[in-house]
Design a protein around this ligand. Structure first.
Ligand code: S3P
Length: 174
């Protein structure tokens, strides 16, 4: 069995609240926060949409795996991942060794409403983003569910309530 670290790793679809909840968890735990999207953007000095356009999705996915490999498996940390990070075989194992895997999810309408507030997600720049979202979601749901230690429905919770739930569950050893 793989040794598991001390980190809290947030996984889930776009719009599930990973980035905002990650920031709150950082404030409340004092742990350093790492966000794979931010790390990749900093490395390329380009927005994600531009990386997809110039280098292609594959290069972005390779970078996600590379970022996961840079994390200290024994360190306390809040790690925020991009919604497609589990698409690459091998990433699940890299994620699980880091610590507690917390899956943030929400109902489709909520996800779409949140995602629609910003147009920065390259994968949803299609003629029918709602249908594209549904297709991606169906494909990915089992991947998230498979590796989650803990799942939180964020549809009707604010960020602090999501943090309360996560920290309480971890404290009680769930
Ligand atoms: C992606 C999700 C994005 C980002 C990229 C690809 C995906 O992150 O990594 O646009 O494939 O679902 P968020 O989940 O933070 O939006």
């Amino acid at each position: 069995m793989t040794q598991r670290g001390q980190a809290i790793v947030l996984i889930g679809f776009m719009g599930a609240g990973k980035s905002a909840v990650g920031r709150r968890l950082q404030e409340r735990t004092g742990f350093p926060r790492f966000d794979t999207d931010e790390m990749i953007t900093a490395k390329f000095r380009l927005p994600i949409a531009q990386i997809f356009e110039n280098q292609g999705e594959n290069v972005f996915r390779e970078m996600e795996s590379e970022m996961l490999r840079t994390f200290d498996p024994n360190g306390n940390a809040i790690i925020v991942t991009g919604g497609g990070i589990l698409l690459r075989p091998g990433n699940s194992e890299l994620i699980r060794r880091l610590g507690k895997v917390v899956y943030l999810h929400a109902d489709e309408e909520t996800l779409f409403a949140r995602i629609s507030r910003r147009s920065s997600r390259p994968l949803l720049r299609t003629d029918n983003p709602r249908a594209t979202m549904s297709q991606l979601l169906q494909k990915r749901l089992p991947l998230y569910e498979q590796i989650a230690d803990l799942a939180v429905d964020t549809s009707r919770l604010d960020h602090d309530q999501v943090c309360d739930f996560i920290l309480e569950q971890i404290k009680t050893g769930k």
